[in-house]
Design a protein around this ligand. Structure first.
Ligand code: IMP
Ligand code: MG
Length: 178
């Protein structure tokens, strides 16, 4: 498989569209089983989770709502550590059972901030569904309920994830070549 180039970096195919769809289906079916009577509010974390959320919600077939928040913590290839909320939540989460839908849990700093904020706003049960997790990079004590795929701590693009804004539209996932 030929590498693809995005800006100044080369990337090689690492997870195919077919494998992604299978993993997303597993998560959606688990959510259907676990949260059938919870009337969940799904909270999609933009921009990265837009593709995962879209595919996931096509599998989820229980009564639910979906809304969107936007944050940023990445500057190019490396986490800046500083998480800033750009677009906040308009819906009330008081007493709601929420599912945070993320593209990837890396250090866990972003998720810790989101979870703290939802707790402070009075959410009831708070679940996390992430498409990817880099378990070796985790620095925070957070509970991730649903993980579609676990991957090594290498920088990746595609399926919503970007390198400096590019690559989000790729349907497969590519890993950077050092
Ligand atoms: P954390 O706060 O370190 O867990 O980082 C979470 C955010 O960083 C994710 O929501 C992604 O947007 C971004 N991120 C983490 N790893 C990667 C990667 O390999 N490629 C692109 N974005 C990433
Ligand atoms: Mg993200």
């Amino acid at each position: 498989m030929n590498p693809i180039r995005i800006k100044d970096k080369d990337f090689v195919l690492s997870i195919s569209d077919a494998d992604i769809q299978q993993a997303v289906k597993r998560v959606g079916e688990a959510i259907n089983r676990d949260l059938a009577d919870k009337n969940p509010l799904f909270i999609c974390v933009l921009n990265g989770a837009f593709m995962f959320a879209g595919d996931l919600m096509k599998v989820v077939n229980i009564p639910c709502e979906i809304t969107f928040i936007k944050l940023s913590s990445y500057d190019g290839l490396y986490s800046t550590g500083a998480v800033k909320e750009i677009i906040g939540l308009n819906e009330s989460v008081v007493g709601r059972n929420v599912v945070v839908v993320e593209d990837i849990v890396d250090t866990g700093v972003t998720m810790e901030k989101i979870l703290g904020s939802l707790r402070a706003k009075g959410a009831n049960e708070i679940h996390v569904a992430t498409f990817l997790q880099k378990p070796d990079a985790l620095q925070r004590d957070i509970q991730v309920d649903y993980v579609a795929m676990k991957i090594p701590s290498r920088f990746i693009v595609g399926y919503g994830l970007d390198y400096d804004g590019y690559g989000r539209n790729l349907k497969d996932i590519y890993t950077v070549i050092d």
